[in-house]
Design a protein around this ligand. Sequence first.
Ligand code: SF4
Length: 259
Amino acid sequence: MTVELLDELEAGELSVEFEGEEPEAVLEWAYERFAPRIAISTALQTDNIVLIDMAYKIDPKVQVFTIDTGRLPEESHQAIEDLRDRYPGLDLRVLSPDASETSAMVDLHGQNLFRRSVEHRMLCCNVRKVRPLTRHLAGLDAWITGLRRDQWASRTNIRKVEIDHDHGAIAKLNPLAEWTEEETWDYIREHDLPVHALYAQGYTSIGCAPCTRAISANEASRDGRWWWESGAPKECGIHCSVESGGLEHELNALLGEHA
Ligand code: SF4
């Protein structure tokens, strides 16, 4: 069944309507409108786990997807298994980068190219994360994220209902936009949800093993991501377009050759 996509006017009106509403209200509307061509994206962090818990109560067969970049810490693989155990029947899909694209990139720049420059890091994020995501979203009419306004400067203006122009103008829903980090932890504790083991080691934002570290008391929650870079956005391109600068042409050549 084809679902009519949202336009900017409707997305804006819905965002106003849902402001101040609980996340469940957004989820219930979203599944009513878009199921079954809707999925929750998870990087196995607390925000996504909260959303999965809420959505599972609406429909235990909701689709959830995560991207195994090939560089995840072992604790992330365990977190995936914890989700399967906690939510039987969940439609949990683990996406992978295209092997030929990854291989071409590594042949050219090495496994740890992300240490060389911001552009190399963005190339790696593009091949390992953004492109698998884009391929998956092509089969959906809406996706749900755990983005919150308090996570980073680039996220302060997110709305609960948006049009994702980077991915075919499908709907992008951010039900937790208004929540604080503390509210997500309150929900986690109240419902005794499984949490990624690295939180207990001082991590506050979790991604690939070589690009994520624990933070110290005076650092912001995403300071542990790509900590060696200065002045670059703490984004991988999944939630906003990020220019990959000097390697843009190389990305096209690399992927054009091996896609
Ligand atoms: Fe590559 Fe690091 Fe991005 Fe993971 S976070 S895709 S290892 S650059």
